[in-house]
Design a protein around this ligand. Structure first.
Ligand SMILES: [Zn+2]
Length: 413
């Protein structure tokens, strides 16, 4: 489907292209303008005519702004939706994005972005990441045959991410927040293409929100009725915004009546969007604070577009405490899924909505489980605790694990 890139600041329309620094017109005027993909003729689309034989996000390729003939794909998307029993008056589901090729929802972003940028001739990629995004960029760039990918990692990035990145052949280095920003901008000046924002005011990169739309498309196919409440963790905000944009486009196509209420969650230590939302501010200001356990959402700020998604959907922003994250990791683990701390915030938010009396029996809630817990052993281990050792006797095992060794018949309550 045809599309254009529309500046959200000055309103200029631009042809499809790379634009790593946002709107060129705004840039000439010394400002930063975010470019948003606007699809043509959405109201003429017959949504059910997706390619049902394709069990990836590319079943919706007619609804995506793909520039080349064929996407670079590792089979991302079409992830499972699971029920969660959290004691709510309404159904709660987990969209389990840990099933993606690099074990996070970033694969939807990178599959489309790297496909588009390689089709435009880019062969050198650089990014800055706490782990998930860098790993995903590296996997798709190498799959696309890129000449080189440099990933600048957050100092707190856990070992699995470091190893994973090297397995994909990326050049990896750890650096401070300020160091990563400066190094990223320097390489972009030399022609490297960034898969993250490089501008002073957050503009993001065109197309980064578009892959996330497929989460919304899948949910309306997978659920009996579309969600009325959609809970997403906020890092830079592109994930939440992309999911909301997907629902908005479904409404334009007449598939749903209106988008769900968007609930954005952030670590309580660095609640930049929560603060801006509560104060009715137009811009998100940096909110430094102690390093949260939810590393992948630890940035001190986020894009202003996040506020638009929350307000236009009659949503809300919530800060999540460390203890609630721990409880949510365990609750989700009991449902058979091990999610990372940032994803667990979405499950923890359900408890807050309950306390606020914000859920009714008519609601249907979806928590977006963005990434896998196994990638963060230091963080999740600190929350859940170490495994004890036992000696070779059954008595030692029984005492340490508090089990009945006779395996009595299952009791029913
Ligand atoms: Zn502009």
């Amino acid at each position: 489907m045809d599309h254009s890139l529309v500046c959200q600041r000055c309103g200029a329309h631009h042809d499809p292209g790379s634009y790593p620094r946002g709107c060129p017109n705004c840039r000439t005027a010394g400002e930063d303008g975010r470019l948003e993909v606007v699809m043509s003729d959405l109201d003429e689309v017959d949504f059910p005519s997706v390619d049902h034989s394709d069990r990836s996000m590319w079943r919706y390729r007619e609804l995506l702004p793909l520039l080349g003939d064929e996407p670079i794909t590792l089979g991302e998307g079409w992830t499972p939706v699971l029920d969660l029993d959290l004691g709510t008056p309404c159904p709660v589901h987990l969209k389990n994005e840990t099933g993606n090729p690099t074990w996070s929802y970033k694969d939807r972003l990178n599959a489309l972005l790297i496909s588009n940028m390689t089709s435009l001739g880019h062969a050198h990629f650089v990014t800055s990441s706490t782990g998930n995004h860098g790993a995903s960029t590296a996997a798709y760039a190498t799959r696309a045959g890129a000449q080189e990918t440099v990933v600048l990692l957050h100092p707190d990035a856990d070992l699995p991410h470091q190893v994973q990145l090297r397995a994909y052949g990326a050049k990896v280095a750890r650096a401070s927040d300020s160091g990563r920003t400066a190094l990223l901008r320097s390489l972009v000046e030399h022609g490297w293409y960034p898969s993250v924002n490089v501008t002073e005011t957050y503009t993001g990169i065109p197309y980064t929100t578009e892959g996330y739309k497929t989460i919304s498309f899948e949910l309306v196919e997978q659920l009996e009725t579309p969600p009325s409440v959609m809970i997403c963790a906020i890092g830079a905000g592109d994930g939440l915004y992309g999911v909301w944009k997907g629902f908005r486009e479904l409404a334009s196509m007449g598939v749903i009546d209106e988008p769900p209420r968007m609930v954005g969650v952030q670590p309580a230590e660095r609640p930049s969007v929560v603060r801006a939302f509560d104060r009715d501010a137009l811009m998100v200001e940096p909110t430094p604070g102690p390093m949260p356990i939810a590393t992948s959402t630890s940035g001190p700020s986020a894009g202003d577009h996040t506020l638009r998604a929350l307000r236009e959907s009659d949503g809300i922003a919530l800060g999540i405490e460390r203890e609630a994250i721990r409880d949510a990791i365990i609750a989700t683990g009991r449902a058979g899924v091990f999610i990372e701390p940032a994803s667990a915030m979405t499950v923890a938010a359900v408890g807050q909505l309950l306390k606020r009396d914000d859920l009714t029996p008519d609601d249907r809630v979806v928590c977006l489980g963005t990434g896998a817990g196994v990638k963060w052993p230091a963080k999740t281990g600190a929350l859940i605790g170490e495994v004890p050792s036992v000696d070779d006797t059954v008595a030692s095992l029984v005492n340490t694990l508090d089990i009945d060794p006779t395996a009595p018949e299952r009791t029913t309550t």
